[in-house]
Write a protein that binds this ligand. Sequence first.
Ligand code: SAM
Length: 633
Amino acid sequence: MADNQGRRFSCGIDFFHVPDLRVAVTSATEAGFDFVCTPISHPRCKREFIEGPARNRGGLFAVPDALLSGQEWSSSIVGKISPWILPDSVDEATRYNSEKALNQELSYASHLSLPAITVQLNGGSVARLASILNSYLNTSLGHQQVWIQVPLCATNNGNDAVRDTALEDPWGWWNTLRSMCSFHKRLGLVLEVTQALPTDVEIDRWFGEPIKCLSFPTSIFRTNKKGYPVLSRGHQEMAKRFFKLRIQSIVSGNCQDPTKGSNSYFQYLEHVHENQPPLDDYQKFVRGYGDYLQWPLQPLMDNLDSQTYEVFEKDPVKYARYEEAIYLALLDRIESNHNETYYGNGNNSIGFSVVMVLGAGRGPLVKATLRAGYSLQTKLTVYAIEKNPNAVITLQNLKAVEWGDQVTVVSTDMREWEPPCKADIIVSELLGSFGDNELSPECLDGAMKYLNEGGISIPSKYSSYLSPFSSSKLYNEVRDCREKDRHPLISFETPFVVHLHNVHIFSDPLECFSFSHPNSGSGSRSNDRYICLTYQSPSKDTVLTGFAGYFEAILYKNVTISTVPERHSEGMFSWFPIMFPLREPIYVKAESRIDVHFWRKSSASKVWYEWCVTNPYISGLHNPNGRSYTIGL
Ligand SMILES: C[S@@+](CC[C@H](N)C(=O)[O-])C[C@H]1O[C@@H](n2cnc3c(N)ncnc32)[C@H](O)[C@@H]1O
């Protein structure tokens, strides 16, 4: 069943011991469960490979494959690696035995084509386990996932005197293992909900990790007045936060009240899953785009297509803000009576304002300008300048059927245009997800020559912002972007536009580059920039995998648009964040300093960014000389 956010609730049941797998699968399906977690080998079948009573034991160590159909094995069964397998034990015999048994179970899981196997971690000594899993992940075929199971909170046996934070940090155990496995994309996580709740900082940190399931032991449930299992409010709220990541659930352990049956847990968790606030329009729009990488548009170098314009034009906020800004700018002009200085446009200039829409696309900002002029009952001469000849057809048609002589459509690059008069107001939207990455600074510099002295640019200023983040998912998405016959580093030196989802942004955004128009030193002041930003990492160790980029624009006076999370213009969906990846994840100790350097550089034909982390570890310079990614001028 789907929750009110369109996500289907999916839940498995985890059996410690399964005497009859066929019966277990049937009863789990009848109770509503989607899959069954079952030991790969018989729990009592502890194999011995060196010596001991079981050394020469014959018979089957696992259930035969013919018991279920191939379809059932590959869609309904998650195999559990035996918990007694300890490849990192201090005891050599246990280690040797464990390695053999682990390889045997992995081999059988592969034979059965199980969709996933789970491996329980109980501490941070995982080197040998990681080594075996790494070679399994890199040699086994198919899509089988390895889910590492860790508790949300580790217990320290109540002995604070010997408190060892490394021992108590399940994230640290997981981080060691997955780092040794180079963040393999088939490694996932099962988080085991514990009676004790983690702190908010600890929960936040998991949001950058590839969580597949939340496992609910029946022992953490309470019983309501009717005798049914329920979770404490704290557990419910935490579960709802994790459910936003579209993860599955697992119920593990014995039914506390057998008369209620295991489906009482299923139904309760389904209820918690469904009981979430409905999506607003913005959330509906972004659904399905989570962590999906897109190459940033290059509207200067390329011609946007009709569908792209159509999506822009559906934004309910952007054009309203522009209209408000144009309205206020016109009002100020009327009030300060600065409207008598135009020449050459054939009109009696007194009482007119000349507005030039630069990069008019299919005309929405021209319409916003006309609406603002109409509201103020002021006379306007509007120029719509557009370099995309396909969009110009739409503009010319609008002029013919709607706008008439009030609007002049000019099919040209704004940097080359020789206008018949100067503008009082120029209106443009050449802003990319990082503000300046669609080359608004360069285009508007080229247009400044036709803005009247004292004229207004909408936008008047825009700034980019950056936040460090951790995301195993995005790291793998970037790694997978590798193109045939191209250097594997290229994707790590390319900024991507992406709706951030399975991501932990761990520091507030800091301002990066700013541009103002008109720029007092226009033509002389370079649009190249450099900045070093310093962040403080959170109170828990984490892993830095990239930087999220946003922008904020002052359209006119106090009319702004923003994609910076805390100030995001509500309901505006024209821009997703941009992200700058790092070639290698960087381990960041709690409360330490992160220094990142960003450059905006240019040549006669292109603009590009370079970036480099120098603290806590030097990442190497990304995209030097624009070798992997440039924006064409
Ligand atoms: C991001 S789109 C915005 C289109 C439209 N104003 C809107 O809001 O839907 C930018 C537009 O500017 C045009 N453009 C970009 N650089 C230009 C330039 N140097 N001269 C003229 N048009 C340009 C592009 O072709 C594109 O139509």
